[in-house]
Design a protein around this ligand. Structure first.
Ligand code: C5P
Length: 232
């Protein structure tokens, strides 16, 4: 289980300070909409300058017509990142187009598809999609798997069902992690590290519990040690 630290701070300099504090650790770092819209592709270069071993997850959650998504995915890949996201509800042709277009990139990033946002509870999901989250998230993941993408973004509570509906090799990436009982903030389907491990989550994403903690380095080290301790 790999840790992705979300770089969602309000200023670029604050994200860079956090990265310098975490330099040398075996982590992924997640560049989301806030940082990418504000700081652009140059920010990716700055991350690499701080630690070229940081794996970079560009979380832009693409959602558009197939050709536009595929073009955007290729542009993301050109920045040299290691992972991208799209929405699985963009459909099979859209996801297949992304995977085909990425064959033209020199280094293909992992591609993950969002099933249901972790800020949705069952009721929110029902209102938007008029179907149950428990049934529909594995179905979306199955379409994503058949489209050839690498994994699904989901909450810890759907991870096992998604692997059962697809393959044990279909990866799951789970945000909404609150390692040590921190505030849930706007997240509704939250879980801790042991629950993520039991749900066979391959990647966990953690933002506020790290960057809002008093000592982010200590918090990350404690998270990594706890994950290590959970290993069989
Ligand atoms: O601060 P927190 O740990 O809640 O941050 C979670 C991060 O994961 C945010 O950057 C958010 O955009 C992202 N994310 C999420 N739920 C998804 C996909 C991504 O919370 N389904």
């Amino acid at each position: 289980m790999q840790l992705c630290v979300a770089l969602d701070l309000e200023e670029k300099t604050k994200n860079l300070t956090l990265l310098r504090i975490l330099r040398g650790l075996d982590i992924w770092v997640k560049v989301g909409l806030r940082a990418y819209i504000r700081d652009g592709a140059g920010f990716i270069e700055e991350i690499k300058k701080i630690d070229m071993n940081f794996k970079i997850f560009l979380d832009l959650k693409l959602y558009d017509i197939p050709n536009t998504m595929a073009d955007a995915a290729l542009e993301c890949a050109k920045t040299g990142i290691d992972m991208i996201t799209l929405h699985t509800s963009s459909g099979k042709i859209g996801m297949q187009s992304v995977m085909e277009r990425l064959q033209n990139s020199s280094k293909r990033p992992l591609v993950f598809g969002v099933t249901a946002l972790t800020s949705f509870d069952s009721q929110d999901f029902q209102t938007i999609y008029n179907t149950s989250l428990e049934k529909h998230a594995p179905l979306l993941a199955k379409i994503a798997y058949e489209s050839g993408i690498d994994g699904a973004v989901c909450s810890v509570y759907e991870s096992l069902a998604i692997k059962q509906a697809t393959s044990p090799n279909f990866l799951t990436l789970t945000p909404g992690i609150r390692p040590f009982n921190e505030s849930t903030n706007d997240q509704k389907r939250v879980a801790d590290l042991a629950q993520a491990k039991n749900a066979l989550s391959d990647f966990i994403v953690i933002g506020r519990p790290i960057y809002q903690s008093e000592d982010p380095l200590k918090t990350v080290q404690k998270i990594l040690q706890t994950i290590q301790g959970l290993k069989e």
